[in-house]
Design a protein around this ligand. Structure first.
Ligand code: URA
Length: 225
């Protein structure tokens, strides 16, 4: 299915019509990951695969490192693998993943092309409970090293755990969204947009409009880079 570009989407919105993912329709075909690993990347992947730094290693089926382009323009960061991600070893492959794919398509992006998708935690918390602060503290370094190696041009934090980890704050998504943050890491300074987690949006569809505004802000920020 062809998805409309950003400006078509905005025109739709000006006419009072929300983009498709806001209306909860349209599935977008998943694309094949295109990661080409360099040595450092492979070393990091291996380290994550063998990680036993917290108790989640006991219950995981496998670690979920991330998926997408090795030199992406965009990095989307979620919370932690769920049951389907734990089984398949890829982030966002369940219902929330379908919505994320639609969110990406609405701003002209697709999984595996100019996008990389990762989580704060690389292992599934049992029963899909929230990550503990100890687990986030143990796993954060892996995410930061992924950022260093990926060097994305834009970062989008999906939900509270990604937002708080990347802004180093304990504010809510409601307070952090709607503006451009800066993540200073290594020699780089990354523009960072905070928005709602797709799982939250599935439960709270009335906030999809706010998420759409966040994605438009992300797209405009990217366009001005
Ligand atoms: N939710 C997340 O935050 N990440 C996934 O990979 C799946 C669901």
């Amino acid at each position: 299915m062809n998805s409309p570009g950003l400006w078509q989407e905005r025109a739709l919105e000006e006419m009072g019509l929300a983009p498709l993912w806001v209306r909860r329709e349209a599935a977008v075909a998943a694309t094949t990951p295109t990661v080409q690993s360099g040595e450092l990347w492979e070393a990091l992947q291996n380290e994550v695969r063998q990680c036993r730094a917290c108790g989640l290693c006991e219950s995981r089926t496998q670690t979920v490192f991330g998926v997408g382009a090795r030199n992406p323009d965009w990095l989307f960061v979620g919370e932690a693998p769920g049951a389907e991600e734990d089984a398949r070893g890829e982030p966002f492959v369940g219902q929330a993943g379908k919505l994320l794919d639609n969110m990406l398509a609405s701003i002209g992006l697709a999984r595996g092309q100019t996008v990389y998708i990762a989580n704060v935690l690389k292992c599934r918390p049992p029963g899909n409970r929230n990550p503990s602060s100890e687990e986030v503290a143990q796993c954060r370094n892996y995410l930061m090293r992924q950022i260093e190696l990926l060097e994305p041009r834009m970062i989008v934090a999906l939900g509270r755990f990604a937002a708080q980890t990347l802004t180093d704050s304990d504010s809510s998504v409601g307070k952090l969204r709607g503006r451009v943050h800066r993540l200073e890491h290594g020699a780089r300074n990354y523009p960072l947009i905070v928005t709602f987690h797709p799982s939250y949006l599935l439960r709270t569809p009335e906030d999809k409009r706010l998420a759409w505004q966040d994605l438009c802000l992300a797209r405009l920020t990217y366009a001005a880079l």
